[in-house]
Design a protein around this ligand. Structure first.
Ligand code: NAD
Ligand code: USQ
Length: 481
C-alpha cells in the first residue's frame, strides 16, 4: 500500500537511479555517471515498487489548529459555514513542488487558504536522470515548507506520493478533506514525452491515470470539491480560425450546436492533456463533478511575492532543451552569451503569461468555483507572441544591459507550423478580475538580471535541443553523462 510520507521518513530506491532522503535536512540524489534510460527507466514503476517494499512510510499531517495560525491582513481564503462561522478553504495543490505549483501553494497559503501539497518529487528525479538542473538552486520540499512556516507562521501539509496510486491519493483526500484541488501534478514537457517510447508511455500513463484517480477521489470522498485542472493552450494546436475558450458554436447542415473546440495537439504530452479534458468533461456530465480546465499558455518568470521572501523559497527555473520553455530559455541564453535558439522560421505563435499571473488565475478560479456538473474552460494567458518577437524583445533588453545578444535559426526539432494564423480568446479570467502583468522592458530587465545573477550555474551543453519529434523510436534512448 502506498502511504503518506512524513518529514522524518527514510526512503531508498535500490537501482541505478537512486533517490535517498537521508535525514530531514539532507536530500541527496546521486547522479549515475552513465545509464541506459530506456531499459532501467520507469519512474512510475520504481516509485510504486518502492512503496510496496518499504515499511518506512508513515502518515503525518502537520497542520496546526486555526487558533495557532498567524493570520495575515490579506486573508481571502475563508468561507462561511451554514451556521455562519468562518472557516478556511482547504486547497490541495497536486504538483506543489514544481514550478507553477510551488509558487501557487505559497500564494494561496499567504492569502489565508489552508494548503496541502501532494507531490511524488519525480520532477527532481527527471533532472537527475537526464543530468539537468534548475538555473536557481532549489531547497528540498521539506526545507521549503519549514522556511515558509518560520517566516509566516503558516503550515503547509505535505503528502509525498504518486497520485497514480489510488490508495495513496485516497488517504490524502480523507486526511485533508479539500474544498478545492489544484492539479499541476503531471509530466509537463513536450520534448520529454518525445524522447522515446518509454517516455511517451510514461507521460500519457502518468497524466491520464493520475487525473482519473483525482476524479474518482472527488467522487468517492469529496463530491463538492472543485477541481481546478491545469490544461494547456497546446490542446487546440494552431487552427486557421480564432480559438475560443473551450467551446465553439457550429452550424452544420442547418442545425446548430455548441461543441468542445477541436483539439489538435502536437506532442504525446499535449495529447495527454486532451485526453484529460475529455475525461473531466465526461465526469462532470456523468457524476456532477465541478471542474475548471485552465488552458494555460507558456509561463515565464520566476519571482512571485512569496518566493522572493527568502532564498530557500526560490522557485525552479528550467533553461535546458527538454524542460526549459521559450522566454525563460532566451533570457538565460542571453545572460551567458549563447545565441537565442529560434526553432525553424520562428513564426510559431503561442499565448504567454507571467508566473505571477498563473498564481492569480488559480486563485480567481478557486474563489469563483464551477457549479456542480459544470465543465468550465478558461484560456489562461495574457499576451501572444511569435518566437521571433520574443527573440527581438530579449535582444533589445539584453543590449540595454550591455549584453551582446544575437538570435540564430536552428533546425526545428519539432513537427509544428512555423508560420500560421493565431488568435486565441482569453477574456473569461479578465472578466473575473485578473489584472495581468504584461511583458514589459522592466520585466525583461529583471528576468535578464536574474539570469545573469545565476549564470555561473548554467551548463551550456544543455541548451541546444536534443529531442527530435521525427527520430523518436521504440528503442530506449541512451544518455551518457
Ligand atoms: P513541473 O514539472 O515543474 O511540476 C509538476 C510537479 O508535479 C512536479 O513537482 C512533479 O514532481 C509532480 N508530479 C508529476 N507527476 C506526479 C504524480 N503522478 N504524482 C504526484 N506528483 C506528480 O511542471 P510545471 O511547469 O509546474 O507545470 C505544472 C502544470 O501546469 C502541468 O500540468 C503543466 O502541464 C501545466 N502547464 C505548465 C506550463 C509551463 O509553462 N510551465 C504552461 C502550461 C501548462
Ligand atoms: N521554441 C523555440 N526555441 C526554443 C524553445 C522553444 O523556437 O529554444 C519554440 C517551440 O518550437 C514552440 C514554442 O517555442 O513553437 C513554445 O515552446 P516551449 O518549449 O516554450 O513550450 P511548449 O513545448 O509548448 O510547452 C510549454 C510547457 C507545457 C505547456 C505549454 C503551453 O512546457 O507544459 O503545456 O508550454 S502551450 O505552448 O500553450 O501549449
Amino acid at each position: 500500500m502506498a502511504h503518506l510520507l512524513s518529514t522524518t521518513c527514510s526512503l531508498d530506491v535500490s537501482s541505478s537511479n537512486k533517490l535517498h532522503f537521508k535525514s530531514i535536512n539532507q536530500c541527496s540524489t546521486p547522479i549515475p555517471t552513465s545509464f541506459n534510460m530506456g531499459i532501467s527507466f520507469s519512474p512510475l514503476k520504481k516509485l510504486s515498487l518502492q512503496s510496496k517494499r518499504s515499511a518506512k512510510y508513515v502518515v503525518r499531517a502537520s497542520a496546526v489548529s486555526m487558533s495557532q495560525e498567524a493570520r495575515t491582513q490579506n486573508d481571502s481564503g475563508s468561507q462561511q459555514t451554514t451556521d455562519g462561522a468562518s472557516t478556511r478553504k482547504k486547497v490541495m495543490v497536486i504538483g506543489g513542488d514544481g514550478y507553477c505549483g510551488w509558487a501557487t501553494a505559497l500564494h494561496l497559503s499567504n492569502k489565508g487558504y489552508e494548503v496541502a501539497i501532494v507531490d511524488n518529487l519525480i520532477r527532481r528525479l527527471f533532472d537527475d536522470q537526464l543530468g539537468l538542473d534548475s538555473l536557481t538552486p532549489i531547497s528540498s520540499i521539506h526545507n521549503r515548507i519549514r522556511r515558509w512556516k518560520s517566516l509566516t507562521g503558516k503550515d503547509i501539509q505535505l503528502f509525498v506520493g504518486d497520485i497514480c496510486e489510488f490508495e495513496f491519493l485516497a488517504e490524502a483526500f480523507k486526511s485533508f478533506e479539500p474544498d478545492a484541488v489544484v492539479h499541476f501534478g503531471e509530466q509537463r514537457s513536450a520534448p520529454y514525452s518525445m524522447i522515446d517510447r518509454s517516455r511517451a508511455i510514461y507521460t500519457q500513463h502518468n497524466n491520464v491515470i493520475g487525473t482519473l484517480n483525482v476524479l474518482f477521489a472527488i467522487k468517492e470522498f469529496r463530491e463538492e470539491c472543485h477541481l481546478v485542472k491545469l490544461g494547456t493552450m497546446g490542446e487546440y494546436g494552431t487552427p486557421n480560425i480564432d480559438i475560443e475558450e473551450g467551446y465553439i458554436t457550429i452550424t452544420h447542415n442547418g442545425r446548430t450546436d455548441t461543441l468542445p473546440y477541436p483539439k489538435q495537439a502536437s506532442s504525446f504530452y499535449h495529447l495527454s492533456k486532451v485526453h484529460d479534458s475529455h475525461n473531466i468533461a465526461f465526469t462532470c456530465k456523468a457524476w456532477g463533478i465541478r471542474a475548471t480546465d485552465l488552458n494555460q499558455g507558456v509561463v515565464y518568470g520566476v519571482r512571485t511575492d512569496e518566493t522572493a521572501m527568502h532564498e530557500e523559497l526560490v522557485n525552479r527555473l528550467d533553461y535546458d532543451g527538454v524542460f526549459g520553455t521559450a522566454l525563460n530559455r532566451f533570457c538565460v541564453q542571453a545572460a551567458v552569451g549563447h545565441p537565442l535558439t529560434v526553432y525553424g522560421k520562428g513564426g510559431q505563435t503561442r499565448g504567454y503569461l507571467d508566473i505571477r499571473d498563473t498564481v492569480q488565475c488559480v486563485e480567481i478560479a478557486i474563489a469563483n468555483p464551477a457549479k456542480p456538473g459544470e465543465f468550465r474552460v478558461f484560456n489562461q494567458f495574457t499576451e501572444q507572441f511569435s518566437v521571433n518577437e520574443l527573440a527581438a524583445l530579449v535582444t533589445k533588453a539584453g543590449e540595454k544591459l550591455g549584453l551582446e545578444v544575437k538570435a540564430i535559426s536552428v533546425p526545428n526539432p519539432r513537427v509544428e507550423a512555423e508560420e500560421h494564423y493565431y488568435n486565441a480568446k482569453h477574456t473569461k479570467l479578465i472578466e473575473l478580475g485578473l489584472q495581468p502583468h504584461l511583458l514589459s522592458d522592466s520585466l525583461l530587465d529583471s528576468l535578464l538580471n536574474f539570469a545573469v545573477q545565476y549564470k555561473d550555474r548554467v551548463d551550456t551543453k544543455q541548451i541546444m535541443p536534443s529531442v527530435s519529434w521525427k527520430k523518436i523510436g521504440a528503442k530506449p534512448k541512451t544518455v551518457a553523462a
